[in-house]
Design a protein around this ligand. Sequence first.
Ligand code: CO8
Length: 258
Amino acid sequence: MNYENITTEQKDLIHIITINRPKQLNALNKDTIQELHEALKSANKDSKTRVIILTGSGEKAFVAGADIKEFANYNVEQGQELAANGQEILFNYLQNLTTPVIAAINGFALGGGLELAMASHIRIASDNAKLGLPEVSLGVIPGYGGTQRLAQLVGRGKAMEMITTAGMISADDAKDWGLVNHVVPQAELMELAEKIAGKICNNSGSAIKSAIKAINANYVDGLNGFTVEVTEFGNCFGTDEFVEGTTAFLEKRKANFN
Ligand code: CO8
């Protein structure tokens, strides 16, 4: 498929999606959100893709937020519609994708950009990255799940401070706060993302899908994570990959899941 706002690249079992609007610091307009949805959906369906890496083009920004020019004149209904649609087709969709997604944060991750990284399963950052939810400085609040996911990741107190001050934090502080897992020089960011992706690719894809469902269940109203874990644990016993994984262990060889 041809995209105008993103690029995609397949590297063995890893699918790399790059948001490609560097002149706008990769800000998310509606078309970009739709293209990201299509690219994630297609990669998730492709049995040759085991991990997705999401990053931004250029050296300055991962994503500097939702495209402010696009919603500056919206009314109440249009604002709600924009947030609801974005949450459904991109942010919640991404969190619930069963192919693991690594956000490689290569610069500013602000507003909708940080929300996109937070909806991803794993976050790593380059040492020049700056992260924040500056929405209240614009008279709005985070609308793509940021009020919920930031509090889940860093705790309510730090989320309150970040959101009400509209401040940015450094990559190192983000690591201290548990918002990103690793910080490396920018030139090494994709290398680290691919290294983590490679380790994931060595493991059972079907078990990873089950694990993601069980971990995410804790954050869904009405679902009991422990119950979902039991169900998903049981489901694993019906997979070829369970047979391969346990047989390989007993035969003292490396499992081959690909
Ligand atoms: N939207 C649109 N354009 C943007 C955005 C953005 N979020 N961020 C940067 N740009 C554009 C600038 O307008 C500029 O374009 P131009 O050259 O045509 O003037 C270009 O990118 C380069 O930006 P700057 O010249 O400002 O670069 P600086 O290095 O001086 O500053 C900053 C970099 C600090 C990142 C600065 O650009 C900035 O503050 N950007 C806005 C950050 C922000 O407020 N993000 C949050 C947006 S709101 C949001 O994400 C809400 C999410 C939830 C929405 C739910 C539904 C509405």
